[in-house]
Design a protein around this ligand. Structure first.
Ligand SMILES: Nc1ccn([C@@H]2O[C@H](COP(=O)(O)OP(=O)(O)OP(=O)(O)O)[C@@H](O)[C@H]2O)c(=O)n1
Ligand SMILES: C[C@](O)(CO)[C@H](O)COP(=O)(O)O
Length: 245
């Protein structure tokens, strides 16, 4: 398989977590979220270089942490992210200049398994221009209108719904075209894309869903930090011993 490059989005403020440091620098099991994310990419064996998007005011801190930990043996660059996630990914794409396989991965999903990462990259390698991992949903999901209580507009058949994760995989040329086409939308949270695949969908190109992995859960709130601590201390995770020292 052709090796992929990866953008690790880590420039978020972590407002919903409410920590006093950048969320991606939060330590869990002795390592920061961004280190765990790079560790998974390294273990996948299918990523040659990584661009980390970091908050502008913490660029040096991110570089220091990553240089010291040497968790990813290939090239790692750190660039300033934007106001929205969409802008941050665009900054990473611009820095990497890659037309081959590009994975976009959230530092906020630090334990995505190496197998999941390979699955996504392999699907792009096998000619899917845009692939996202997804898990079946257990709640019934309703689309609502304005108001309180809000009127229900639609209930989609649950069997056809997937909660999508990262890494999301793309042909770099396709993802760059999608980001450039919708660059105006990236300026604020109200219009920005909440994932990268939707930009490709907006261009009218097919995107595909492969099987997700519960290990790629997202750390958004303090409860998720508890979940991450439990994940690491569970015997099946097998991460901590490898990263120790
Ligand atoms: N301007 C932004 C916003 C988010 N992200 C990254 O995108 C991922 C998903 O974002 P989220 O979990 O929402 O992180 P935060 O934006 O930090 O969280 P919050 O919305 O609570 O502030 C995270 O890895 C985050 O660092 C980014 O690189 N640039
Ligand atoms: C990209 C993502 O992780 C896919 O589920 C998610 O949409 C990011 O959302 P956030 O609000 O930026 O955390």
């Amino acid at each position: 398989m052709t090796l992929a490059v990866a953008i690790v989005t880590a420039a978020g403020a972590g407002t919903r977590l409410g920590a006093d440091i950048a969320k991606a620098l939060l330590p869990i099991g002795g390592r920061t979220l961004v280190e765990w994310a790079l560790y998974g990419l390294a273990q996948s064996g299918c990523v040659s270089r990584v661009c980390v998007t970091a908050p502008n005011e913490a660029l040096e801190q991110f570089s220091e942490v990553l240089e010291k930990s040497k968790v990813f043996a290939g090239e790692v660059i750190v660039v300033p992210g934007g106001v929205t996630r969409q802008q941050s990914v665009y900054a990473g794409l611009t820095a990497l200049k890659e037309s081959g396989i590009v994975l976009v991965h959230d530092a906020a999903r630090p334990f995505a398994s190496p197998g999941l990462i390979r699955r996504v990259a392999q699907a792009v390698n096998d000619e899917c221009p845009a692939v996202v991992p997804g898990l079946p949903v257990s709640d019934t999901i309703k689309e609502i209108g304005d108001g309180s209580p809000a009127p229900v507009l639609n209930t989609l058949p649950r069997a056809r719904l997937r909660a999508v994760q990262t890494p999301q995989g793309f042909l770099g040329s396709v993802l760059m075209e999608a980001h450039e086409r919708f660059i105006d939308e990236a300026a604020d949270d109200a219009s920005a894309a909440t994932d990268d695949a939707v930009l490709v969908e907006w261009m009218g190109l097919p995107t595909f869903v492969c099987e997700g992995d519960p290990s790629a859960f997202k750390i958004t709130t303090a409860d998720d930090v508890q979940r991450a601590e439990s994940f690491l201390s569970s015997s099946t995770a097998g991460y901590v011993s490898v990263m120790e020292g």
